[in-house]
Design a protein around this ligand. Structure first.
Ligand SMILES: [Zn+2]
Length: 443
């Protein structure tokens, strides 16, 4: 919506109304009786191991039976034996995307795509049931973070709510019904940071939901000025990128509240959430997770989706890793296993035409077809190279789509250079990273 001409050309008040209307439509769809009942059901799992175990067993059984009975991809497998199922990868889904669709087509299908950290887009259709259940899990996380109905929130995530052409004035918008102040991460710079903090204080924000990379910039700014967030916050919720220990400590120190970090992925095959005691809990009622040994204490997350029977993903290899904890019990009393550390999800930045850092570039290739892999590399200000691995579906139109998306995020004057490759550059640990920046930054 934010890139549509009608939104960009509207006065701020109308933009606020458009954002609020969109929010209320989305809420109507998600926040219904079914979602509330489901939330109650998963809340019963939190403190009772027997209830949790029987919930997991019944969900896993029903997912496997559904997959074998209703999809061609899984019809040959034994529903009573998870181990007989193969590991699923992004590539195996792409090789047979329709094989995973259930014969039972739901009335409403929500199509979404992700490119993840390796920059290779993947389309995953979801049933409405999946969307509603996801909402219940998000609500549970909000509750863990102290959210109560009526609380005000600030939103500092990668939405293009303020057009890039706008350089001054209000760099935020409002979602009235959600009581949410949405601040543009694309306009976050040393010149604007004090305004962002002042705005959140005057709006009386209770909880901030942010990308780690955005909120840590504000924490660093406060530290440089020998300052602290001058008001009381209940908590800060972060997700979508790796949150380092140092960044968490700095955010908690400068904002004087707890950080609740959430790990999830669009494939919805695993979720890990912080509790109020700072432990990471692997949410075993969200999906069925198998931890596959990589090295020493490091394990890869391989997950089976519980809630999207229209497109069942079984034993999906996420490429993300965790370090297990020695702790068997958490002071919070919840019975979910504890994870010491989440690896992966490291998101690198590049610089926009204002020489400010921009993260989450995977969004730029989401809309284009025919992309097997993508990677951004920047050698100098004002120019960005996109390395692309493509297939036959890619054409000039896709190039235009990507160029437009890149310019909308990095600035209209950004020079976009395409480079078609067979392989993306890798880190020492063999991971393809989304962005490589060779500029020594100003921030
Ligand atoms: Zn806990």
């Amino acid at each position: 919506m934010f890139q549509k001409i009608i939104y960009k050309n509207s006065p701020i008040l109308i933009q606020n109304l458009l954002i609020s209307t969109r929010a209320i439509i989305r809420l109507r769809l998600r926040d219904n009786t079914e979602s509330k009942c489901f939330l109650k059901r998963i809340e019963n799992n939190e403190y009772n191991k027997n209830t949790l175990d029987s919930y997991v067993e019944s969900e896993l059984n029903s997912v496997l039976i559904n997959a074998v009975e209703n999809t061609t991809f899984y019809e040959e497998y034994d529903a009573s034996d998870l181990e007989s199922f193969p590991r699923l990868t992004k590539e195996s889904i792409k090789a047979d995307p329709s094989g995973l669709r259930s014969k039972n087509k739901p009335k409403v299908i929500v199509n979404g795509s992700t490119s993840g950290t390796t920059g290779s887009p993947l389309m995953i259709p979801q049933s409405l049931e999946s969307v509603v259940k996801e909402f219940a899990f998000v609500k549970r996380l909000l509750e863990w973070a102290g959210y109560k109905k009526g609380d005000k929130r600030a939103w500092l995530r990668g939405d293009l709510i303020v057009p890039l052409e706008q350089k001054t004035g209000a760099l935020w918008r409002y979602s009235f019904f959600e009581k949410m102040l949405m601040l543009s991460t694309f306009h976050l710079s040393t010149e604007t940071m004090q305004q962002y903090i002042d705005k959140m204080v005057s709006y009386k924000v209770d909880i901030i939901q942010a990308y780690p990379s955005s909120i840590v910039l504000l924490a660093k700014f406060l530290k440089e000025n020998n300052d602290y967030y001058p008001s009381r916050l209940k908590s800060i919720i972060t997700s979508s990128e790796q949150l380092t220990k140092d960044d968490r400590a700095l955010i908690e120190e400068r904002f004087k509240c707890k950080v609740f970090d959430w790990y999830g992925l669009f494939e919805r095959v695993a979720a890990i959430s912080n509790c109020e005691h700072g432990r990471y809990h692997l949410l075993t009622d969200y999906s069925y997770v198998e931890l596959e040994h990589v090295s020493d204490e490091v394990y890869e997350i391989v997950g089976t989706n519980f809630n999207n029977k229209y497109y069942p993903l079984i034993r999906y290899k996420t490429g993300d890793q965790v370090v297990l904890s020695d702790e068997k019990e958490c002071p919070c009393g919840r019975v979910y296993p504890i994870v010491k550390e989440i690896k992966g999800r490291q998101v690198q930045h590049v610089y926009n035409t204002n020489k400010d850092k921009v993260f989450a570039l995977d969004q730029c290739v989401k809309e284009a077809k025919g992309i097997i892999g993508s990677q951004f590399e920047q050698f100098k200000y004002g120019e960005i190279t996109i390395h692309l691995i493509i297939n036959d579906e890619f054409n000039e139109k896709q190039k235009t789509i990507i160029e437009k998306a890149v310019k909308s995020r990095l600035g209209l004057e950004m020079l976009v250079v395409f480079n078609f490759v067979k392989e993306l550059k890798k880190t020492k640990s063999g991971k393809s990273i989304q962005a490589i920046c060779h500029i020594k930054g100003t921030q």
